[in-house]
Write a new protein. Sequence first.
Length: 153
Amino acid sequence: MDYVENAFTVAAGQATEIDAGVTEVFEYALRADANNQLVQALVSNKDTGVTVNTETLNVRLQKLDAATNVQVSIMSKGRPIVVVQDRAGNYHVVGMDEGLDLTASNIATGAQREDFSGYDLTFTGKREDACPILDSTTVTALLALVSNTNIDP
């Protein structure tokens, strides 16, 4: 989704409500096992009294096409907020405080038939706490906002 300030209401590490400013979200189904979806590095500095969680999201979008080129370009220029569904069925909000930056990308065609052809994208963001997890009501509300014009990577 596009960045919206205070996109979610968070209490005790759980996102409990979506702001009315969020009107449309886009879904990318990541089918490959090579997706290292989300890594959080929560680090505290006792000298400064500051804790920072560096959020790193790695995704691989299979299949090169013009529609995905456009979407990757839009994401690279914006500050997206991403909701990641993990294999346990939890939905994590990444980039909630300031959006995410596209910090690395490779668009590869592959040389051999079995080589990956698609987009390797790395997004990073920072926040003070671990990424909030959506409660079931908020998951339902989020899924209702998924656009009907999603591309199929």
